[in-house]
Design a protein around this ligand. Structure first.
Ligand code: SF4
Length: 215
């Protein structure tokens, strides 16, 4: 492959001899190993709750995502699965009495996911999910973590641009966010959806969050 007139050589990340001469291949392998380790950690934590990792992610998605953005389509993005798999996962939680499905007002083709009272209780109790990973990182020196965070942010942005990673965030720092532009009941404004938002809604995760260049 040629890039800017230069020949770009690809190394195979699973070949240790090849990795030796290529930083991208070495980091690719490290990230792959990390993903395997994180999978193992979250599986062990999920077993303790009697739920699968995707079921837990679905409950946390419904818990943290702004109500009108908690669609099955956005769940599929968040899980990194197909729409059909997201529907099956949601249906499994509907059968357990933890999730409710509703048609979106104004667009009956869109299905929104909400939590039942039991679902809210379960989601609150699994807020600690992912703690093993956090505890593993905690003893690492802060300046090392700061460097890692900065580099990792670049990797996340690259994966986001290539469509492999989906990251929902609250309104703060979004290019479309206009804080304190409304009244006391709905103090903030979103220029993308052209809607005034309550303060609580602005703190929920939004799949359309577009980082402001200033942040
Ligand atoms: S697009 Fe940005 S400002 Fe609008 S609701 Fe989403 S995060 Fe908030």
């Amino acid at each position: 492959m040629r890039k800017n007139g230069w020949q770009v050589r690809f190394h195979m990340i699973f070949d240790s001899r090849s990795r030796k001469d290529d930083r991208s291949a070495r980091i690719g392998m490290a990230l792959f190993r990390l993903s395997q380790a994180i999978k193992k950690m979250t599986q062990a934590e999920s077993d303790a709750f009697g739920l699968s990792p995707v079921q837990i992610q679905t409950l946390l998605f419904a818990f943290h995502t702004r109500g009108d953005a908690a669609t099955v389509g956005n769940l599929a993005h968040a899980l990194g699965t197909t729409h059909v798999t997201a529907v099956k996962t949601a249906n499994g939680l509907v059968r357990k009495g933890l999730i409710v499905k509703m048609q979106k007002a104004g667009d009956r083709r869109v299905t929104l996911l909400g939590l039942t009272a039991a679902g809210t209780q379960t989601a609150s109790s699994i807020e600690q999910w992912g703690r093993t990973l956090e505890e593993t990182l905690r003893p690492i020196a802060d300046d090392t973590l700061a460097q890692f965070e900065s580099g990792l942010g670049t990797v996340v942005a690259a994966m986001h641009r290539s469509g492999y990673l989906f990251a929902a965030e609250p309104c703060s720092g979004c290019v479309h966010f206009r804080p304190n532009a409304g009244d006391a009941a709905a103090p903030h404004y979103c220029e993308l959806v052209r809607t005034y938002l309550t303060h609580e809604a602005s703190l929920k995760e939004c799949p359309e969050h577009t980082p402001s260049p200033k942040t």
